[in-house]
Design a protein around this ligand. Structure first.
Ligand SMILES: [Fe+2]
Length: 203
């Protein structure tokens, strides 16, 4: 689990927001803001993109510090291999016509993805389902899964939903589930195959 912009106190609680923004999050979800999970064949690294304030107009937007990027890089470099998964709250891709900012700095994040051959990037924030491949250039492409919200009532033009991953070493099937008539139903499957330059959409 990693924090999102609604996991810190609002501006109506200025002391908590600026002096101890993650205090309540840590009380309920544990101390680590960037947890790491290692399982056989799977290495998951969290990245905290949530900021209490900054030198940008909209403080709900995602920012990643140089330290956090370096830390994630060290973790992947020292990792056990297998499927490499990066998790952050803020998205890398803006859906067509969306007009909202993606996480910053995106080029540095893409370099991290390419440099460590990260297979999957999980994020959300826009409450819009979006699956694509992304990377620094043709040398490496990872699969970005931007999921809709699971349980928020703040909808952005589509119902609640989530992505289910079925993985083998060289194939990912991502099933998009959406909330429909009182339950989640599988709505579509997006498949990706892995080659020497990462992942690409396949039938
Ligand atoms: Fe968010």
């Amino acid at each position: 689990m990693i924090p999102g912009n609604h996991d810190i106190p609002g501006l109506n609680h200025p002391y908590d927001r600026f002096a101890r923004p993650f205090r309540r999050y840590r009380r309920f979800f544990g101390h680590a803001l960037e947890p790491e999970l290692r399982l056989p064949g799977l290495h998951v690294v969290g990245l905290n993109s949530t900021r209490a304030f900054g030198f940008h107009a909209d403080w709900s937007e995602g920012r990643i510090s140089r330290d956090a990027l370096a830390r994630a890089g060290r973790r992947f470099a020292a990792g056990p291999g297998g499927l490499r998964v990066l998790v952050l709250h803020h998205p890398l891709l803006a859906p067509d016509g969306h007009g909202r900012s993606v996480v910053d700095p995106l080029p540095a994040l893409l370099d991290l993805i390419g440099g460590h051959r990260i297979d999957v990037i999980l994020c959300g924030h826009f409450h819009r389902s979006h699956l694509a491949t992304v990377g620094p250039d043709e040398s490496w492409q990872g699969v970005v899964s931007q999921a809709a919200t699971v349980c928020s009532t703040r909808l952005q033009g589509e119902p609640q939903g989530f992505h289910e991953f079925l993985c083998t070493e060289d194939r990912l099937d991502v099933i998009r589930h959406g909330y429909q008539a009182g339950r989640f139903v599988a709505q579509a499957t997006f498949s990706f195959g892995r080659g020497g330059a990462g992942w690409q959409a396949v039938e």
